[in-house]
Design a protein. Structure first.
Length: 294
């Protein structure tokens, strides 16, 4: 999983992002990181961001595959706002477990931030710090850092939207409302009416789960898989998948129908009979009843 860092600077940066993203950007302090979605007018996600306030504005970290399209869209809505966007190629996001099973050197501590609702620390650091402070074995040209970041985020039920999945999901389908990434109290943003309607007039038809699968599993992001339960064909869509080289299995995030949350997913298998083992997320995924349009 490759990420990209966008620097959002300018005196209007807070107001601009508050009016574009799903989260309450104004509530994220300088010592914290937040998470947010960026929606179309129909409430479908173009991208998801880890948001880091800076002295000059914000760092927005997203999946590298969508960064060009995201910057172009942000620029489109800038109009007269005093805000600028720059892709920072010399910075990258890491987590406190980026070199697991080891720990990050103390020199990284001042860059790491907590989140009110998530039990992990993330930070945006210069690439020069990584190359100077971590051994070649630890960073492996960035592959180990990226893999461990992806594993940590997936274990905590935090999903990126890749280019192939843009405009496929509502925020609730990826549990954004369960991790503090959607504000239902602030003003308008693109897609806000649709997102709010699901909360107040209906229920989401999908939620996201985490699961382990054998290393031989070949399903890719965007693929639909058959849960293979006794009640008939129910499909899940793969949102993220990461190979855990230590445990030798695939860690997957997937959206499933709400009805599947009421059943024992541990007894299910996908179409080719590979077992699926759900894992607990650090937040509760409610098994709501669908009683309205989404």
């Amino acid at each position: 999983m490759e990420t990209a860092v966008i620097a959002c600077t300018g005196e209007d940066s807070t107001t601009f992002l508050q009016n574009q993203l799903t989260a309450d950007i104004e509530s994220i302090s300088q010592e914290q990181w937040g998470f947010a979605g960026y929606c179309s007018a129909k409430g479908r996600l173009f991208a998801t961001f880890a948001v880091f306030p800076t002295l000059e504005g914000f760092y927005l970290v997203t999946h590298a595959s969508v960064v060009e399209a995201v910057v172009a869209r942000l620029e489109l809505f800038r109009m007269r706002s005093k805000v600028n966007f720059t892709v920072e190629h010399d910075f990258r996001m890491i987590c406190e477990h980026s070199v697991r099973p080891q720990t990050l050197p103390q020199s990284f501590a001042r860059h790491m931030r907590a989140n009110i609702s998530q039990p992990i620390k993330l930070g945006v650091v210069p690439q020069t710090l990584i190359t100077s402070q971590l051994t070649a074995e630890a960073i492996d040209d960035g592959k180990v850092l990226d893999q461990n970041l992806a594993l940590t985020l997936s274990e905590n039920g935090i999903a990126w939207v890749e280019q192939s999945m843009a405009e496929k999901f509502l925020p609730q389908s990826l549990n954004l409302d369960l991790i503090g990434a959607v504000s239902f109290k602030k003003g308008c943003y693109p897609g806000q009416e649709i997102v709010a309607r699901i909360r107040y007039r209906g229920k989401p038809k999908q939620r996201m789960i985490a699961a382990q699968l054998p290393a031989s599993f070949e399903g890719m992001i965007g693929d639909e898989i058959d849960l293979g339960d006794d009640s008939g064909s129910r499909k899940a869509t793969i949102v993220c998948r990461t190979y855990d080289s230590i445990q030798d299995h695939i860690l997957m995030l997937a959206t499933v129908p709400i009805s599947a949350l009421d059943s024992n997913l541990a007894q299910h298998a996908i179409a080719d009979r590979i077992s699926i083992t759900p894992i607990d997320l650090p937040y509760t995924v409610p098994a709501e009843t669908v009683d309205g349009p989404t």
